[in-house]
Design a protein around this ligand. Structure first.
Ligand SMILES: Nc1ncnc2c1ncn2[C@@H]1O[C@H](COP(=O)(O)OP(=O)(O)OP(=O)(O)O)[C@@H](O)[C@H]1O
Ligand SMILES: O=C(O)c1ccc[n+]([C@@H]2O[C@H](COP(=O)([O-])O)[C@@H](O)[C@H]2O)c1
Length: 273
């Protein structure tokens, strides 16, 4: 295919990364292979964005430790980076806002040789754009930002009161989603059953992980609490970091046990359960 028709892509992965596992990194590789195999995309960057402490998920340890482990994991990568912005916010930030933040950063980086007014105009245009149509990413040479997630996150779009439907519409309608299959999930069926996801199905790339595995941060934390080895499930440096700092105990797993998850607080109006 003519190189000029290839769209550059930046992949953004948002999550707890509590702790980061080899699977979190593998997701980037799977997504890149899949997108580039289509002949339509060239993946130029991957961004890992650990959620802030205000997310209040049970067992979520301090953001600075999760950030450091993510950094250790990506030190040797020439395309995957870790971004601290989301982790440093005092309040929990909706994922649509995180995506917007990185989209704006990306535009600024792309246009850093242009004058400030051009950047302001680009931001204004994004806000004014109606993502219902095919108007997204108008500048032919500017990269497209896509959210990278596992099938559990895609399916969580359907959990009552968890995501605002307009946020989901913005993410899949305006930006795009790459979803990695996870055992016990059926992303294609889920998309088929959702009118909104079906509407934007061309922007949702479902990537099949044939080497099915059950690596999850929950399993890793459980093994650590029980003194079991987690070597080869996590990047090497992360295993050492966890041991040196004595992370993941029975006590840390009780953090936020009595607190409502931040996205649900908008419906309960408070942080107590
Ligand atoms: N084994 C896996 N297969 C596919 N996607 C995964 C896998 N593990 C994590 N992900 C995805 O990685 C992103 C970040 O996930 P997160 O930090 O919540 O990890 P997790 O293993 O799901 O954590 P936890 O077990 O604590 O819920 C999410 O989009 C999640 O769907
Ligand atoms: O934006 C939302 O409404 C929203 C609702 C629920 C979860 N999220 C995000 O989805 C990610 C889920 O991570 P986790 O570890 O709970 O699987 C995390 O980055 C959250 O901030 C986002």
């Amino acid at each position: 295919m003519d190189g000029q028709n290839i769209t550059k892509v930046v992949l953004l992965s948002c999550g707890s990364f509590n702790p980061i596992t080899n699977m979190h990194l593998r997701m980037f590789e799977l997504a890149r292979d899949y997108l580039e195999d289509t002949g339509q995309y060239r993946v130029v960057k991957g961004i890992l964005s650990p959620v802030g402490d205000a997310y209040k998920k049970k067992g979520l340890i301090e953001a600075h430790h999760r950030m450091e482990m993510a950094r250790l994991s990506t030190d040797n990568s020439d395309w995957i980076t870790v971004d601290a912005w989301e982790s440093l916010q005092p309040d929990w930030v909706e994922t649509s806002k995180v995506v917007r933040h990185h989209y704006d950063e990306m535009l600024e980086a792309e246009q850093n040789t242009d004058d400030v007014d051009t950047v302001k105009y680009a931001k204004k245009r994004r806000i004014e754009e109606n993502y219902e149509g095919s108007s997204r990413h108008k500048r032919r040479d500017s990269p497209q930002l896509m959210l990278l997630c596992g099938a559990d996150v895609l399916e969580s779009f359907g959990v009552p009161n968890l995501w605002k439907q307009e946020d989901v519409a913005e993410i899949v309608g305006h930006y795009g989603l790459v979803c990695i299959s996870r055992s016990a999930s059926d992303p294609d069926k889920f998309i088929h059953q959702s009118d909104m996801l079906w509407k934007y199905r061309k922007n949702i790339h479902v990537v099949r992980e044939w080497v099915t595995n059950e690596i999850s941060a929950t399993h890793v934390r459980r093994s650590l609490r029980r003194g079991r080895s987690v070597r080869y499930l996590l990047p090497e440096g992360v295993v050492d970091y966890i041991h040196v700092h004595g992370l993941y105990s029975t006590e840390s797993e009780q953090k936020n046990a009595d607190v409502v998850l931040a996205p649900l607080q908008k419906y309960t109006g408070g942080s107590s359960s």
